[in-house]
Design a protein around this ligand. Structure first.
Ligand code: ATP
Length: 353
């Protein structure tokens, strides 16, 4: 996606074959991570706890020197550049504000350290507080603010330095669900308006999908897939990747002449499958209860009403399938139905079954 305003500051970030091994630990925290972030793009490092997300962020910020590999900003290595000169600003899970200083003083701190004049600092603080919708709070102390407001101030403190790269380490995970959603909107808006090149760390798959232009999924320090959010649902790189994005369907089969022989019958695909044993995957939302191409008889084995959708389990020739249906759908347990797997929604996983 293109930022709404051409950023004066944002940069192209490139990670080249980054690896990191902490002293005294056996397994590397990061192994051969390579990817590029375009100017103004927001990417998310996503993955389970301990997969190396924070390590990667610290390496970009300059807080950690990688065991090997390189970090390039606008084509130049920044490994020899100290953190404060990298033009990167970081926001952490906890706001880490100076408790005895006002919001205004907290936000202006970075500029005062750079000897920017009082007047100019004042003006920039005002603009930045407006950016994070915190105008009117300038005189408050951090303990007079809610958690969400404190995190807005922390964001303002990072933005005021006009970072070339904005690094956000789970900044919303300490907030409650409603506030988190509101703050996601704000982060996205501010990032778009300013066109900041941004790396956002999260272990929350929904958060990554909502916020990111592209997601870098890491397992055990290795990049599993780097693509647009939709691709993780439509064309996952592996079974593990598909599973990380929620319970889904896998069907074993044998590809011949581009189609796949399965216990459910002969399934056609939108693209030809390579010959041999394969695993097909299809999201529960894509399974239809209707007649047509790739349809077969099935038996409803379970129905659960989940508020926004109905989760239905099917058994077809011994294959268990999950189906997500709209909330008004009322399949009955024990019912015989016809299920269909649309060719365009079936994806062949690139791994041996
Ligand atoms: P989380 O989501 O829990 O914050 P993460 O994906 O950010 O996890 P990292 O903090 O990057 O993961 O840690 C990656 C691996 O490196 C983990 O196995 C962790 O135990 C290890 N690790 C992190 N920091 C250190 C350290 N200072 N010394 C030794 N090992 C460390």
């Amino acid at each position: 996606m293109t930022p709404t305003r051409e950023p004066a500051v944002s940069a192209r970030l490139r990670l080249e074959d980054l690896s990191h091994r902490y002293l005294r630990t056996g397994e590397p925290a990061l192994s051969g991570l390579s990817l590029a972030v375009e100017p103004g793009e927001l990417i998310a490092f996503l993955g389970p706890s301990g997969c190396g997300k924070t390590t990667a962020l610290k390496v970009i910020a300059g807080l950690l020197r990688p065991t090997s590999g390189d970090v390039l900003v606008n084509g130049r290595s920044v490994l020899g550049v100290p953190p404060e000169k990298r033009g990167a600003a970081m926001v952490f899970q906890k706001p880490l504000l100076f408790p005895h200083m006002s919001v205004e003083a907290n936000v202006g701190f970075g500029l005062r350290m750079r000897n920017v004049s009082r007047d100019q600092t004042g003006r920039r603080v005002e603009t930045t507080l407006r950016q994070v919708r915190m105008e009117g709070f300038a005189d408050r102390r951090p303990d007079e603010l809610s958690g969400g407001q404190q995190q807005r101030v922390a964001l303002a403190r990072a933005l005021i330095t006009e970072p070339r790269v904005l690094l956000l380490d789970e900044p919303l995970s300490a907030l409650d669900a409603n506030l988190r959603e509101e703050m996601r909107g704000l982060v996205k808006e501010v990032q778009r308006e300013g066109g900041y090149t941004t790396v956002f760390v999260t272990h929350d798959q929904e958060e990554a999908v909502v916020l990111a232009d592209r997601i870098a999924l890491l397992f055990e320090g290795r990049l599993q897939m780097y693509d647009k959010p939709q691709a993780f649902y439509d064309r996952p790189a592996s079974r593990r990747v598909a599973e990380f994005f929620g319970a889904t369907n896998f069907i074993r089969g044998r590809a011949r002449n581009g189609a796949v022989e399965t216990p459910l019958g002969h399934l056609k695909l939108a693209r030809k499958a390579p010959p041999g044993d394969v695993i097909l995957t299809i999201r529960p939302e894509a399974v239809r209860l209707e007649d047509g191409e790739n349809s077969f008889p099935a038996h409803v084995t379970g129905v659960a009403y989940l508020g926004t959708r109905v989760a239905c389990s099917l058994d077809a020739a011994g294959v268990k399938l999950r189906v997500a249906m709209p909330p008004h759908a009322r399949p009955r347990e024990g019912e015989e139905v016809t299920a269909r797997l649309p060719a365009g929604s079936l994806w062949v996983l690139e791994e041996s079954p």
